[in-house]
Design a protein around this ligand. Structure first.
Ligand code: PLP
Length: 463
């Protein structure tokens, strides 16, 4: 079978068959049919190879997730042993098994808030969908059915399922999908570089955002708002690190109106920002937390929505009435995913991965910020081992390049040519290497980026 739009690949090749059969997620499908897919064949540590034998250094930890890198034998062993012992079991209807119990205990010890119950899922999206449902369920059960609205932020990314996709504040995830659903509101993005007014200081900016959140809550009626959801650092929306005073001011407003805080740690959790959780880096006091990605270093899909005990208590009484807690996935607490995630967290402790990531984070931030004076670079932002370099047409006015110039995609292609995997978010180049990256590998990564950026400058000068 040949692809209707593209037939340059040899018939029967993986590329041609991919183009004929797969619906690719979060992809420019028109470009895909022009350029074809990249086929990865194997990986080890911080390196991946494609089907032409080309080696790449991983600058994005896959999709912000391969914290311990690729091919870690200890994780393969943990999964293999669990497959042999109990390849599947469930948590429905009173059944349980050791891996899920041990993992829930471990997570409750680790998270920086008063965690009561751990609900396992398979993706960050379903964890956030669960958060929305549990907020509605809890408020209905305690006799506050009017507290239904969830406030998210423009520029946020919380996933793509119906509720999580609604929480996401990025237009391509809404357009033609009939999202957002009712009861989801969006407040301002804390993107100082792009959203601050002329002459506004960081402190004035965060005060304005806190006031704007307060105005939204008062206009909607505080008694109608269940929760606010935020990523400590906005990831897919451009790696936006909020100004220092932001989280404190936002939390003050939420506390005043008794609104819960859902902390989406799907990217920031497990060492990414220089501490175990983003909540610690930014002094956030969550009511509930979503985790995924680095929870298993992406060896297997697993996520969790963690809630306090006081939210759980009314669920018990409700079961007497309704007959059950009516929420659960076939793969909630999959024993192999749980055993693997537990071993992943143990390895992080045994090898002091968070300490290592914090030390590498300092080197990484210094290298990232060394591009601040580059003629193409308008803004450098980051914390720990995550960051972005935004390229602009004019550094003084912050003017963007026309989308048609495709400067970000061009830079990405140059990076890939040099064997560096990054991701372009518009014209911002995102960096999020595996937490195990060392100083030599960081040097290699930025050496490749130097060349790609120099070639992008030549391209831009020729426009
Ligand atoms: C902060 C955040 N929340 C949720 C998600 C959704 O996770 P998943 O892709 O596993 O559904 C992502 C994915 O990138 C994310 O970055």
């Amino acid at each position: 079978m040949t692809d209707p739009l593209h037939n340059e690949f040899e018939p029967g090749s993986i590329e041609a068959r991919d183009l004929a059969h797969i619906l690719h997620p979060t992809t420019n499908l028109a470009d895909l049919h022009e350029d074809g897919p990249t086929v990865h064949t194997h990986a080890k540590g911080v390196y991946l190879w494609d089907n032409h034998g080309k080696q790449y250094i991983e600058g994005m930890a896959g999709l912000w997730c391969t914290a311990l890198g690729y091919g870690e034998e200890e994780l393969i062993k943990a999964a293999t042993e669990q497959f042999r012992k109990l390849s599947y079991s469930q948590l429905f209807a009173g059944k349980t098994h050791e891996p899920s119990v041990l993992l829930a205990e471990k997570l409750k010890e680790m998270v920086p808030f008063d965690a009561g119950r751990v609900y396992f899922g398979v993706s960050g999206s379903d964890a956030n969908d669960t958060q929305v449902k549990l907020m509605w369920y809890y408020h209905n059960l305690i006799g506050r059915p009017e507290r239904k609205k969830i406030i998210s932020r423009h520029g946020a990314f919380h996933g793509v399922t119906v509720a999580a996709g609604s929480l996401t504040g990025l237009p391509p995830f809404h357009r033609h999908f009939d999202l957002p659903i009712p009861n989801i509101l969006h407040t301002d993005s804390p993107f100082y570089y792009r959203e601050a007014r002329e002459g506004e200081t960081e402190d004035e900016f965060t005060t304005r955002l806190a006031n704007s959140l307060n105005d939204l809550i008062e206009a909607e009626g505080p008694e109608t708002i269940a929760a606010f959801i935020a990523e400590p650092v906005l990831g897919a929306g451009g790696v936006i690190v909020p100004p220092d005073s932001y989280h404190a001011k936002i939390q003050e407003v939420l506390r005043r109106h008794r609104i819960f805080y859902i902390d989406d740690e799907v990217i920031c959790g497990f060492g990414r920002t220089g501490n175990p959780f983003g909540a610690q880096t930014f002094d956030i006091q969550p009511t509930t937390m979503s985790i995924a990605k680095a929870l298993s270093s992406a060896y297997l899909p697993i996520s969790a929505a963690i809630i306090p005990e006081f939210m759980y208590e009314p669920f018990i009484e409700a079961s007497r009435e309704i007959g059950m807690f009516g929420h659960g996935f076939t793969y909630t607490g999959h024993p192999v995913c749980a055993a693997l995630a537990l071993r992943n967290l143990e390895l992080m402790e045994e090898r002091d991965v968070f300490g290592h990531a914090a030390r590498m984070g300092e080197i990484f931030q210094a290298r990232l910020h060394s591009y601040e004076d580059h003629p193409l670079v308008g803004n450098v932002r980051g914390v720990g081992l995550i960051g972005a370099i935004e390229m602009v047409a004019d550094r003084d006015s912050k003017a963007k390049f026309p989308a048609a110039a495709a400067v970000g995609p061009y830079c990405l292609k140059r990076c890939l040519d040099h064997g560096l995997i990054l991701r372009n978010l518009g014209d911002a180049m995102a960096f999020c290497p595996p937490l195990i990256i060392d100083d030599k590998e960081l040097d290699e990564l930025f050496g490749k980026f130097d060349r790609a950026l120099a070639e992008t400058l030549e391209y831009v000068n020729g426009l």
